[in-house]
Design a protein around this ligand. Structure first.
Ligand code: TLP
Length: 344
């Protein structure tokens, strides 16, 4: 049985071009700063997002955590959305590593974000932790892959600046946001001090993320990456895959079209509801309205060859990516329809 894996865009496997680039990559010891392919990728990444420098890290999680370490001191407060990946899905590492206090707030990653941030600020007071950083996420994973428009980011950035706070952008899927709005990615990244983006999501690389920011910030981040065990040696074999992955940016539009096709079909099925307004990129969050618990539904669907992710008691997530075609999506729609109707 063919499996249509829609759990995440992290499940893609490197294609032939990528594997050939990996095999042929020029390499050196990157801890000594001597890997030419890693350097090339870091320079290209910095340029793409309009920052002075960038650092290649093994994962998005490490990129975010290194950013927290480099922006803050132990005991500082970090404001972020209560559904943000850094808060929800990074295994408690902000407490474990940077030793910061997270202040999760509802609605920061919505149009109301600036207002929510204004209300989250507290005046300096010996009783309060010093607030140092605001974290944004674009696209917003648990929001259903929604895009925060540059104008909203601009307002949040200005508010943070007024207070002397830095802004870090978890841009794991920032290129999905840029492709969705048809704009340059710098329209977003100009409104943050640091940005992390992933090569191993929709862009299709097996490993790797980049953290970008000022030269001075990246020098600090490089030391924290080493401290976390993320200093890699002949990492050019991975960076080479990353350079090929960057060529995949324009094709993210196909994933968005496939997500739209899937979302519209699911929205019309009895037993399921989808807020189509949130389907802006490659993620579809569907709610089960007939009382079927999401984990049991996901398991049932997997038996029929479609994999999704239960992200709440009655919510499932489907993510489109370069290893699923339009025909796969059409097949998935038919299977989901049958399962919901109890006919499969
Ligand atoms: N997200 C994964 C899971 O961890 C949930 C996924 O399948 O979506 N920021 C955002 C917004 C992310 O979505 C992810 C991965 C990360 C950071 C972390 O990246 P990795 O997995 O490379 O550590």
């Amino acid at each position: 049985m063919k499996v249509i894996d829609l759990r995440s865009d992290t499940v893609t496997v490197p294609d032939r071009e990528m594997r050939a680039a990996m095999a042929g990559a020029a390499v050196g010891d990157d801890v000594y700063g001597e890997d030419p392919t890693v350097r090339q990728l870091e320079e290209k990444a910095a340029d793409l997002v309009g920052k002075e420098a960038a650092l290649f890290v093994p994962s998005g999680t490490m990129g975010n955590q290194v950013a927290l370490l480099a922006h803050t001191e132990r005991g500082d407060e970090v404001i972020l959305d209560e559904e943000a990946h850094i808060y929800y899905y990074e295994a408690g590492s902000p407490a474990m590593l940077a030793g910061v206090q997270l202040k999760p707030v509802a609605g920061l990653l919505s149009e109301r974000g600036p207002e929510v941030l204004r209300r989250a600020f507290r005046p300096p007071d010996i009783h309060f932790p010093p607030t140092r950083l605001v974290c944004l996420e674009n696209t917003f994973n648990r929001g259903g892959g929604t895009v925060m428009p540059p104008e909203v980011m601009r307002e949040i950035f200005a508010l943070a600046r007024e207070r002397g706070l830095a802004v870090h952008l978890d841009g794991a899927r920032i290129f999905n946001a840029a492709v969705a709005l048809g704009c340059d990615v710098r329209e977003f990244t100009r409104y943050c001090d640091s940005v992390m983006f992933c090569l191993s999501k929709g862009l299709g690389a097996p490993v790797g993320s980049l953290l970008a920011g000022s030269r001075e910030f990246i020098a600090r981040a490089r030391r924290y990456r080493k401290a976390l065990g993320g200093g890699m040696r002949q990492a050019g074999v991975l960076a080479a895959a990353g350079l090929v992955a960057l060529k995949n940016i324009p094709r993210l539009a196909e994933d968005h079209a496939n997500a739209r096709l899937l979302a519209e079909a699911l929205a019309g099925m009895p037993g399921m509801s989808v807020d189509l307004r949130t389907v802006q990129t490659n993620i579809v969050v569907a709610r089960l309205t007939g009382g079927w618990p999401a984990p049991a539904f996901a398991e049932r669907l997997a038996q029929e060859g479609v994999r999704c992710h239960a992200i709440g008691p009655n919510a499932v997530r489907f993510v489109t990516h370069r290893d699923v075609s339009r025909a796969d999506i059409e097949a998935a729609i038919a299977i989901i329809g049958k399962v919901l109707a109890g006919a499969a």
